[in-house]
Structures are given as C-alpha cells and as structure tokens.
Write a protein of this length. Structure first.
Length: 97
C-alpha cells in the first residue's frame, strides 16, 4: 500500500489562487491515479506546514525556498494543467518511491 501524500497549494492569503491551483493539482493527481490530500495555505504558513510538497507561483516559491526543506513546485499559470503536470508530476512520483 502506498502512502497518501499531503500537498499544499500556496498563494498570498491562502484563499483565491491557491484554491484554483488546488483544483488543478487534484485534476493531475486523479489523471495519474495518485491518492493525495491537497490543502490550501497562505505564503506565511506554508513553509512550516507538515506536508510532502508545496505548489505555488515562482514569485512566492523563491521567497519560501530559504524557509523550508519541503520540495517546492513553482508554476506560472495556475490554470494550465499541462504546466502543473510537467512541473510537478515527477516530484510527486518521486516522493512515492
């Protein structure tokens, strides 16, 4: 049995764009039959959250890199499932190995 990953999607306040990104990340996970819990967070809380990987924008990801050991997947377009998949699928699959 594989373990269930915990993924955080982060934006400035943990409300708008992180929720959109959460839905798109869930689409990619479902497409690849990956079982994971996806939660939203604000940029201040995400680096200290107990999770396996953080998805966020390049701008926020650069700020968070020095604050956490957690892998950060940075995407430019939160609506683009192809970009999310190409940027993050390898990271997510690597965590399951």
């Amino acid at each position: 049995m594989s373990r269930k990953l915990k993924i955080i999607t982060a934006c400035g306040f943990g409300l708008g764009s992180s929720m959109l990104l959460k839905m798109k990340v869930e689409e990619v996970l479902k497409k690849h039959s990956i079982d994971a819990k996806v939660e939203t967070s604000d940029v201040g809380s995400a680096p200290s959250a107990a999770c396996d990987v953080i998805f966020t924008s390049y701008e926020l990801g650069e700020k968070m890199k020095s604050q956490t050991e957690t892998p950060i997947v940075m995407v430019r377009n939160f609506m683009d499932t192809d970009e999310i998949e190409s940027a993050g699928l390898g990271v997510v699959k690597g965590l399951l190995e």
